[in-house]
Design a binder for this molecule. Structure first.
Ligand code: SF4
Ligand SMILES: [Zn+2]
Length: 360
């Protein structure tokens, strides 16, 4: 398992270079408008302090693009500390002013894994949110192996008919890319079983449960044109099995990751913003479920890029259109450069832009 060994080696070095964070340093929150199942509404985002993703802390070394674990404590945190930090962040935002809000809880891994977030802390957090009286949606993230009936029963026992969305990092419907290039460690079948279980619980137990898939745009060893094709295929696949929403995450280079190693060696570059626009426009044309495009890192040295002139402007348009679900209409001269690269990458399968080839 070449990719696992490389992930482990790079992760180990990253841990040696960096001190783990304290629970207080991990906890974070922000509050703004987002697209909910009920239209645009205020959404509270909270990063809960956790030891880090069990997949990254275990023998696998974790996914090739992810550095979440470097932002965690690496050690289990007691329930009391987690709750103290959660309440402190909850009190920072004027959430009581709204009739309805959505809450997104990030665990830098799997919210449903009791090792990462102890059951007592999870239950208390959910109880607190339900008791606020205006939380209409609770969104969490989890790997498929923790999505089981027992945990969902425990959760719905507390939240009643509050909408509960579980987002899963499927990344791509292509098993080879997910397993060998992303080192994700689960198959399309595992993802499907998790989505099927949620649908089954919706029908059998009347749970107000939804699923979302994260789609990663441009893993290592994937060319510019291939990354567009795979993302669109993944969206079709997700719709076909009944996933409720999609969120596209274009690659940004985080430190201490395999993707960073490839990038430093000139064997990788993040996608063009034009590729992301192409994906979201195609998906909004061909697919009926809501689709979001994450703009983290857009226009930065380590993120998706276009020319200096249009990167920033496009970022604002994309954020605004995530709320309206409309297509991105925009033109800039650099689009021709992108088109040339797309055609090139079809011929030479390069994963980076070929600037100049010396022939003799
Ligand atoms: S992408 Fe998700 S599963 Fe993979 S290492 Fe990061 S947090 Fe863990
Ligand atoms: Zn441009």
């Amino acid at each position: 398992m070449e990719i696992e060994n490389l992930s482990k080696e790079i992760r180990k070095k990253a841990f040696e270079r960096k001190e783990p964070k304290t629970p207080e340093q991990v906890g974070a929150s922000w509050y703004n408008d987002d697209l909910t199942y009920d239209g645009v509404a205020k959404t509270l985002f909270i990063i809960l302090p956790t030891p880090g993703c069990a997949w990254a802390l275990g023998d696998s070394g974790g996914c090739t693009m992810c550095s979440y674990v470097s932002d965690c404590t690496l050690e289990p945190i007691d329930t009391e500390t987690i709750l103290k930090i959660f309440h402190e962040h909850l009190s920072r935002h004027p959430i009581a002013e709204e009739e309805k809000i959505s809450v997104k809880l990030f665990a830098s891994g799997s919210f449903l894994n009791p090792y990462e977030l102890p059951k007592e802390a999870r239950d208390e957090i959910l109880k607190t949110l339900v008791n606020l009286g205006n939380v209409s949606e609770i969104i969490v993230e989890s790997r498929p192996e923790y999505i089981c009936e027992e945990y969902l029963d425990e959760i719905f026992e507390i939240i009643g008919n509050t909408l509960f969305e579980v987002s899963i990092g499927l990344e791509t419907s292509n098993d080879y890319t997910r397993l060998k290039k992303i080192n994700k460690g689960f198959t399309k079948k595992d993802f499907e079983n998790a989505v099927n279980l949620m649908q089954d619980l919706k029908e059998r137990k009347n749970y107000n449960i939804k699923s979302k898939a994260y789609v990663f745009v441009k893993p290592i060893l994937v060319s510019e044109s291939q990354c567009i094709k795979e993302a669109v295929e993944t969206a079709h696949y997700c719709e076909s099995i009944g996933v409720d929403r999609l969120s596209f995450c274009p690659a940004t280079i985080h430190s201490g990751t395999v993707i960073e190693r490839f990038w430093r060696k000139g064997a990788y570059q993040p996608p063009w913003i034009w590729s992301c626009v192409e994906i979201i426009n195609t998906v909004r044309d061909e697919i009926s479920i809501p689709s979001l495009l994450d703009t983290s890192g857009f226009g930065s040295r380590r993120g998706p890029y276009n020319c200096k002139k249009c990167s920033k402007e496009l970022k604002h348009i994309i954020i605004a259109n995530n709320l309206t679900q409309s297509k991105i209409e925009y033109e800039c001269d650099c689009k021709n450069e992108w088109l040339a690269e797309i055609n090139n990458s079809d011929m030479n399968f390069s994963t980076v832009e070929i600037k100049h080839i010396q022939l003799y």
